[in-house]
Design a protein around this ligand. Structure first.
Ligand SMILES: Cc1ncc(COP(=O)(O)O)c(C=O)c1O
Length: 450
């Protein structure tokens, strides 16, 4: 097969999500109550999440049916294309075959609506009137704004201040879909006020914005909270991506040698690669590579420990690689990759050696993004560009070794709202932040003692 795009019809849209919890090499450590240090049960999560999602969070079932109402909305853009990056291959003069799964065709321009639509649906089913959330790059906030509109739910977004200022058009998108957007930290919540008292000039972080959104949900009867990454149910919803890729690779007569994606909290990467994890565990010779920024090197430099998901220590303790919940990463342009922790499911698989991780500085990442844009056409989101850089490095390695490998990249989103970052790169104004050893050491000292 020599097609440039490998397409599935709507009839071939997967009808079930894949739950990797059924196939883990060892069981996941339970989330712990931040007050008592004891494992939490579904009832502890009930004040902030609807029961339908809590059930998915703890489910051990391998396959979970996707409700028709969700499939109907998915069909606005799914199944998404798998592209063969022939022009990039040619420019690199590599014998490798590079494919990319294009999640940029969704309404919000990324993979995020795959979970946002599902979360809005389960909230609606249980009578929730308003959802509060955080957003880094603005991708998750816009995805949730769109999804809430589909189900007639109000949406309040706490947007990390640095992104609120760097990405005004993501804000416009959220407004167009009817959401209310606040630059976080705000003075609207106790968490925000406390953070601002300590550091009035903070640029914000995902950890801070999560604290604000959780507090908003916990203090309003009609409101629940939605998280755009990290949690098991979010990763579950994203597996629609990898399930489609599996079918598409079959159609192309391919079997992947390398799967690569970028990791912020882990949702796009996990959704893309988890459907292949069983094959890898059963002995298939395949590398699964997670790429993160050098300035926020959670998987590559963080210890595997229990930590809070947020700055104000309101969320359950999760077993994950972490840079410490007080770590505030530098304001790099891949706002969606600035999170101190990572999804526990992904962390377990990294810890077990099933998935490997690497980190890149932002200048080489943007160089890769430009090469991709100039060959394949699409401008990648700065987050996605980390995956592209990883793929180009792998393809160049194949050139040296003359190996004809099949490399598949998770193309998580486009960068149409990130053009200021491209301007800064092209003007030579982007800084490569060195690994802030001291800051991380300081933050790690504040890890809870479990
Ligand atoms: C385009 C894009 N890719 C990747 C990410 C990282 O998030 P996750 O690791 O949950 O996929 C984000 C987060 O905002 C994003 O917007």
């Amino acid at each position: 097969m020599n097609e440039t795009k490998i397409l599935l019809s709507e009839k071939e849209l997967p009808q079930k999500w894949y739950n990797v919890q059924a196939d883990l090499p060892k069981p996941l450590m339970p989330p712990l109550n931040p007050g008592t240090g004891q494992p939490i049960g579904p009832e502890d999560l009930a004040p902030i999440f609807p029961m339908g999602l809590i059930e998915q969070e703890v489910s051990q079932e391998r396959w979970i049916e996707i409700p028709n109402e969700i499939l109907d909305i998915y069909k606005l853009w799914r199944p998404t294309p798998l592209h063969r990056a022939k022009r990039l291959e040619k420019a690199l003069a590599t014998p490798a075959r590079i494919y990319y799964k294009n999640e940029s065709v969704s309404p919000a321009g990324s993979h995020k609506p795959n979970s946002a639509v599902a979360q809005a649906y389960y909230n609606k089913k249980e009578g929730v009137k308003r959802i509060a959330t955080e957003t880094g790059a603005g991708q998750w906030g816009s995805a949730l704004a769109f999804s809430c509109k589909q189900f007639d739910i109000e949406c309040t977004v706490y947007m990390v201040k640095v992104s609120y200022e760097q990405k005004p058009y993501r804000r416009s998108l959220m407004h167009a879909w009817g959401a209310t957007v606040h630059p976080s930290p705000t003075k609207l919540t106790n968490a925000g006020r406390t953070i601002l008292e300590k550091d009035p000039n903070t640029m914000g972080s995902l950890g801070m914005a999560i604290s604000e959104a959780v507090e908003d949900a916990a203090t309003h009867e009609d409101t629940k909270y939605a998280l755009g990454s990290v949690l098991n149910h979010v990763l579950l919803h994203q597996t629609i991506v990898g399930l489609e890729v599996k079918e598409q690779l079959k159609l192309a007569g391919e079997s992947p040698d390398v799967l690569i994606g970028c990791v912020g909290g882990g949702s796009n990467f996990a959704g893309f690669c988890f459907p292949f994890v069983k094959d890898r565990l059963d002995g298939k010779d395949m590398r699964i590579i997670a790429v993160e920024p050098t300035s926020c090197p959670t998987l590559t430099k963080g210890p595997y420990r229990y930590d809070f998901g947020d700055t104000a220590q309101m969320t359950p303790l999760l077993m994950m690689y972490t840079l410490g919940h007080t770590f505030v990463p530098p304001g790099i342009h891949a706002g969606g990759l600035r999170y101190h922790g990572d999804a526990p499911l992904l962390c377990l698989l990294v810890n077990q050696g099933v998935i490997e991780a690497r980190a890149y500085h932002q200048n080489p990442v943007f160089e890769a993004a430009i090469q991709f844009a100039q060959t394949e056409g699409i401008i990648p989101a700065p987050e996605t560009a980390h995956a592209i850089k990883g793929a180009i490095d792998e393809a160049m390695r194949c050139k040296e070794t003359k190996e004809e490998k099949c490399i598949v990249v998770a193309f998580s989103g486009h960068g149409h709202f990130d053009l200021a970052a491209y301007d800064a790169y092209l003007a030579g104004q982007l800084e490569d932040y060195e690994y802030p050893e001291e800051m991380i050491k300081e933050a790690l000292e504040k890890l809870p003692k479990i």
